[in-house]
Design a protein around this ligand. Structure first.
Ligand SMILES: Cc1cc2nc3c(=O)[nH]c(=O)nc-3n(C[C@H](O)[C@H](O)[C@H](O)COP(=O)(O)OP(=O)(O)OC[C@H]3O[C@@H](n4cnc5c(N)ncnc54)[C@H](O)[C@@H]3O)c2cc1C
Length: 410
């Protein structure tokens, strides 16, 4: 494992630090950033910051210069992410567009699509969302049912997507639909780039337990789009979707929210039976457990960074990172609330312990164990692809999609 920057990496890190310091304040260490509802003002701030980064060569670090990128290395991307994390930058709405959608457009796009889409995304003018999940297709994404039927030179789309992050702020969506139900489920999909203002699209924000609405249901009723909005060949939607998901690994940052440092700080402040919680042996045992887990995550992340810096792609073992960090976040949030006792019911940041950090985290931590692959799916990946255990039973393998048995419909 390499822990130190090469001379080139150190030069790039200094350049990134100078740019960030010139434009953004450092984060207040007493206030860890937590998930909250995005407002139109937040989106405007995110767009302005995206533009600033693009103009200075820090937005499309891996992108070709033709599209406004730097043609840099994955390591430079990671270094910039590490440095940016230390600053109070606006929450971004560009991970999906710049990190995932556009690299996929660059792989499969027609010349017209390459001229139309990447630049406005990179420079913060257009926000993208990911229209993959459906009410009956999440982990089993290839089982999706939203249909697109050819009508002359157009496609007519009907169906429903769900859990679409930032759909209500998005200009465009990456849409996977079923174009042929008569073949095996992975073979009958196609991928489209869709303007979210197209007639027939209805976006209904979902109210979350935290009171925020950062994702939506998206309904398609006789939505007509031209064939020129298709990305990749008809029936190759699964291949395009997998390419997009593979780009996700470069966009996933560290889990936001309370971590070992914050639970330690809380345990040093609150008292149990007149003594500081940190002196209680049961509390110390839990702290030691999270310290070990935090160190494990750090070293696993360094291992994948080392792989990237040597031009090797991180393997399926990367699934461990999300699995362990999301569970740790939920455990720490729950324990933090236990420690503060009945004052845990106070959520106003002005008066709550540690600005209400643990209260907020308690509400959003469960979603981290679902988004981007649930715990069970990640465990399956680790079991099958890292440990070489027998594969999960796939009863629908090889069956045409419309021959897969489904439950009775009411
Ligand atoms: C905060 C957040 C943001 C999201 N943003 C987006 C977005 O922008 N775009 C988008 O398309 N989607 C988005 N999603 C949806 C997300 O991708 C899905 O929720 C996720 O893939 C799980 O699918 P599901 O909800 O349908 O659950 P299901 O797949 O129905 O799973 C239900 C339960 O069954 C378990 N399970 C399923 N299959 C297996 C198996 N083979 N073996 C063992 N257990 C299994 C799961 O682990 C889970 O516990 C988001 C979700 C969240 C929480």
């Amino acid at each position: 494992m390499d822990f130190s920057d090469t001379p080139d990496e150190a030069t790039f890190r200094a350049e990134a630090q100078a740019f960030l310091a010139a434009h953004m304040p450092l984060k207040d260490p007493g206030r860890v950033h937590v998930s909250r509802a995005m407002t139109p003002e937040d989106v405007a701030a995110s767009k302005a910051w995206q533009r600033k980064k693009a103009e200075n060569g820090f937005a499309g670090i891996l992108w070709p210069k033709d599209y406004g990128g730097r043609e840099g290395t994955p390591m430079q991307q990671i270094i910039f992410g590490q440095e940016e994390e230390r600053y109070a930058v606006p929450t971004t709405v560009f991970n999906q567009g710049v990190g995932m959608a556009m690299p996929t457009v660059m792989t499969f796009g027609t010349p017209d699509q390459l001229v139309r889409y990447p630049r406005p995304a990179l420079f913060g003018d257009e926000v993208w969302c990911q229209l993959f999940s459906e009410p009956a297709a999440g982990s089993d994404l290839a089982g999706l049912r939203t249909r697109a039927v050819k009508d002359g030179a157009d496609w007519i789309i009907n169906g429903q997507k769900i859990w679409t992050s930032y759909a209500h702020f998005a200009d465009f969506g990456m849409l996977v639909v079923r174009t042929d139900p008569n073949v095996a489920k992975h073979a009958g999909l196609s991928f489209f780039l869709i303007d979210m203002k197209t007639p027939g699209i209805e976006i209904r924000p979902i109210r979350q337990i935290s009171g925020t609405s950062n994702f939506s249901e998206v309904f398609f009723t006789d939505v007509r789009i031209p064939d020129s909005q298709r990305l990749g060949a008809v029936g190759e939607g699964w291949k395009v979707a997998l390419t997009m998901l593979a780009n996700e690994r470069f966009t996933v940052g560290s889990a936001e929210g309370p971590d070992f440092e914050e639970i330690l700080a809380l345990a040093q402040r609150v008292k149990i039976d007149g003594r500081r919680a940190v002196e209680d042996s049961a509390v110390r045992e839990r702290l030691a457990h999270w310290y070990v887990r935090t160190a494990g995550i750090r070293f696993t992340r360094l291992r994948s960074q080392t792989a990237l810096s040597r031009s090797r792609a991180p393997g399926p073992e990367n699934s461990i990172l999300k699995l362990v960090s999301a569970n740790k976040l939920q455990d720490i949030a729950t324990f933090g609330i236990d420690l503060v006792g009945e004052t845990g019911a106070i959520t106003e940041p002005e008066i709550a312990a540690m600005h209400g950090l643990f209260q907020q985290a308690l509400l959003y931590a469960p979603s981290k164990r679902i988004a981007g692959g649930t715990d069970e799916i990640l465990r399956n990946i680790i079991a099958e692809r890292v440990l070489g255990l027998p594969a999960d039973i796939r009863a629908d393998k090889g069956l045409a999609f419309n021959k897969i048995p489904t439950g009775a419909r009411g």
